[in-house]
Structures are given as structure tokens and as C-alpha cells.
Write a protein that binds this ligand. Structure first.
Ligand code: ACO
Length: 333
């Protein structure tokens, strides 16, 4: 732990993990009344990966993604100071990050969860950046991981076709401030619309007979698709523009646009509003569906592995989802 000083931060490694089981749109049409044509034209999704193995959870995917990021740069896990797990589908409501800390051998790391749905990874990276820039920590592992298949009503065709399971991870390291790759960020929440997207806790009608308190259980994912669509297409471009403006940058300076992989129509509508051409748009949701907090690091790791990103490229990353919460990070790679 260091004393207070302004440090830069940069992503030095990425990793991801997906379950091996693929479920195509055709297979979905044997589960609910839908079709490949309906799903693909409305969402851009062709197939998704589902965690079907008994006893496996978000922790298993998150651990695999983290180990890939660590092993890619032959890092000693004991040099990790902090682990942030962004997830809305933990296998322990007290948090799952500590299990990952143990599994990867990051014996010196503090570990905690962040719950911010599809914006969780962006908020995790910004949180890591705060700890690094004030000199508290040097190496932070940020993971976005979700297994919403465990929280979806598989008889509800309006939601079950959308989601897939995955994890993605990045290692962020302190650097001298002139090499800082996190150039700016913007985060927002509008809780007035929280009910548009939720996994709500519902209390039973009958209270405890003596204590008179109510207990309950979590429900399935519920979503007002049209409202979420309108929110994303209106707010995400504003968030990106305010971030670019503060850097005296324009959308012409952007080399890559990496949005939360919720829906191809949202991604393309945002790109169009920003006049960013489709060949600068990173998209892999046709293969994985909406993997919530995992979608951004999963797609980032894919383009990194394909060597598509060059040094000094400007990447605009934006997350949006339940809360409603949204945010942007501008990176120089
Ligand atoms: N297959 C076939 N028909 C379907 C399906 C399906 N899987 N789901 C719904 N329908 C039907 C509906 O029942 C409805 O039929 P009706 O007209 O007879 O009543 C019709 O299709 C239209 O339904 P809508 O819900 O109005 O469909 P819409 O055009 O809004 O598309 C979608 C739904 C794709 C979810 C859209 O609202 C959308 O893109 N929303 C954005 C939200 C999003 O992407 N959420 C992802 C998770 S949230 C996040 O990550 C931020």
C-alpha cells in the first residue's frame, strides 16, 4: 500500500471464459414459441452459452477468466492487491469475490463484489482506477461475470432468448500518469426507472407467526424491453459525448466503440447517433447473447486475442442496464 499520489492506470492483460454448451436459436424454438428469424432480426443473437454443469456457478467462470488474464502475463497472483467482481448472479449473497481470491491464490488481495447489472464491469474498472490513481493499490483484477441462465424464466420467451453465461477479466496496473490509459469516465443512475429491469425480492404474504416479519425469495428477470431500448439509445450517446467533450475529442477520434452487448439494434443505433462507422464497432453478441456484466470484457478479450487493437487506439466503452445505470470509459490502448 502506497501513500496518496496521483497515478495513471492501464489494462495490462485480459481473459475470458464461457461454458462449452451452445444453445442455438433453433434449439430455443423447441423450448418457447419463437424462431431464429424473430430472435436474430430483433436482437442480433444467433446462439448463447449456458452453464449447465451441476454445481458450477459464476465463481467457476470468473476464476477461469481471471487465471487466463494472470497467466497471459505470467503474473504472480500474490502481487494482486484488489479483486473486484462485478456480478448480479453471485452464488453467495454475501459475495463471491473472496472465493475467486482463494481459487487463484491472490493471497494478498482484498476482494469484494459490485452489483450493478450490465454496467457492473464499467463501474468496477472506474472503482479500480480510483484505488490506483490515489496510490492505494498497484495491481487490480476486475472481473465481469454473470450466469443469468439461473435467474431467467425459461418459459418467458420475451426474456429467455436474450441471455447467456460468461466471464471476462482485466488486470489494471498503476503506471506513470503520462502513460495513463484511462482518459476519462462518466457514470449515471436514474432509480426512477429501476422497475424496468429487475430480479426482485418478493416477500411471502404470511409473516413469521411470532416475530411478525416477512421473508421471501428472488423472482426471475423481468424487463420492459421497449423502455430499456429507449433509455439505452437516448442516454448512452449523451454519456459518450460528455466524456469525449471533456477530453476535447470528437467521435472522429474514436477507433473502437465497445458497448454492452445487449442487442445489436441498440449497438448500431448508438453508433449511428454518434456517426461512428460500423467497422469500428466491436460486437460478438451473435455468439454469446447478452452476458450482462461479462459482455464488455468478453468482447474486449476477443479483439485483443485477434490482435485487432493497436497501441494508442482510442476505445470508447459504455455499459448500460438495470438501475437504470449507465456509464462510459475512454481508454487509450
Ligand atoms: N419470439 C417470438 N415472439 C416474441 C418473442 C420471442 N422470443 N418475444 C416477444 N414476442 C412477441 C410479443 O409477444 C409481441 O407479440 P404481440 O404483438 O402479439 O403482443 C411481439 O413479439 C412484440 O413484442 P415486444 O416485446 O413489443 O418486442 P420488441 O419489438 O420490443 O422486441 C426486445 C423485444 C428485442 C427485447 C426489444 O424490446 C429490445 O430490443 N429491447 C431492448 C432491451 C434489451 O436489449 N434488453 C436486454 C437486457 S437489458 C440490458 O442488458 C440493458
Amino acid at each position: 500500500m502506497k501513500s496518496c499520489m496521483v497515478q495513471g492506470a492501464k489494462i495490462i492483460s485480459t481473459g475470458s471464459a464461457t461454458p462449452s454448451v451452445k444453445v442455438s436459436n433453433e434449439q430455443m424454438s423447441s423450448i418457447v414459441d419463437t424462431s431464429d428469424e424473430w430472435i436474430f432480426t430483433r436482437t442480433g443473437i444467433k446462439e448463447r452459452r449456458l452453464l449447465t454443469k451441476y454445481g458450477q456457478s459464476v465463481t467457476d467462470l470468473a476464476t477461469r477468466a481471471s487465471l487466463q488474464a494472470i497467466n497471459n502475463i505470467s503474473m504472480d497472483p500474490s502481487s494482486i492487491d484488489l479483486i473486484i467482481l462485478a456480478t448480479s448472479s453471485p452464488n453467495d449473497l454475501f459475495g463471491s469475490a473472496s472465493k475467486i481470491q482463494y481459487e487463484i491464490g491472490a493471497v494478498n488481495a482484498l476482494a469484494f463484489d459490485i452489483t450493478a447489472a450490465c454496467s457492473g464491469f464499467v463501474i468496477g474498472v472506474v472503482t479500480a482506477f480510483q484505488f490506483i490513481s490515489n496510490g492505494t493499490y498497484e495491481n487490480v483484477l476486475v472481473i465481469g461475470a454473470d450466469v443469468l441462465s439461473k435467474w431467467v424464466d425459461w418459459s418467458d420467451r420475451s426474456t429467455c432468448i436474450l441471455f447467456g453465461d460468461a466471464a471476462g477479466a482485466v488486470i489494471i496496473q498503476s503506471c506513470s500518469s503520462n502513460l495513463n490509459s484511462i482518459l476519462n469516465f462518466h457514470l449515471s443512475t436514474d432509480g426512477n426507472y429501476a422497475d424496468h429491469l429487475s430480479i426482485a425480492y418478493k416477500e411471502q404474504l404470511d409473516p413469521h407467526p411470532i416475530l411478525n416479519l416477512y421473508q421471501g425469495s428472488f423472482q426471475y428477470v423481468s424487463m420492459n424491453g421497449k423502455e430499456v431500448y429507449k433509455f439505452a439509445v437516448s442516454q448512452v450517446p449523451l454519456s459518450i459525448m460528455s466524456c469525449l467533450d471533456k477530453l476535447n475529442m470528437s467521435t472522429e477520434d474514436v477507433d473502437w466503440l465497445l458497448l454492452h452487448q445487449a442487442n445489436e439494434r441498440i449497438i448500431m443505433a448508438v453508433a449511428e447517433k454518434l456517426s461512428i462507422s460500423s467497422n469500428k464497432v466491436i460486437s460478438n453478441l451473435s455468439k454469446y447473447g447478452n452476458t450482462s456484466a461479462a459482455s464488455i470484457p468478453l468482447a474486449l478479450n476477443e479483439v485483443v486475442e485477434l490482435n485487432q487493437i493497436s497501441r494508442n487506439d482510442i476505445i470508447v466503452i459504455a455499459g448500460f442496464g438495470a438501475g437504470l445505470t449507465w456509464g462510459t470509459i475512454i481508454l487509450r490502448w
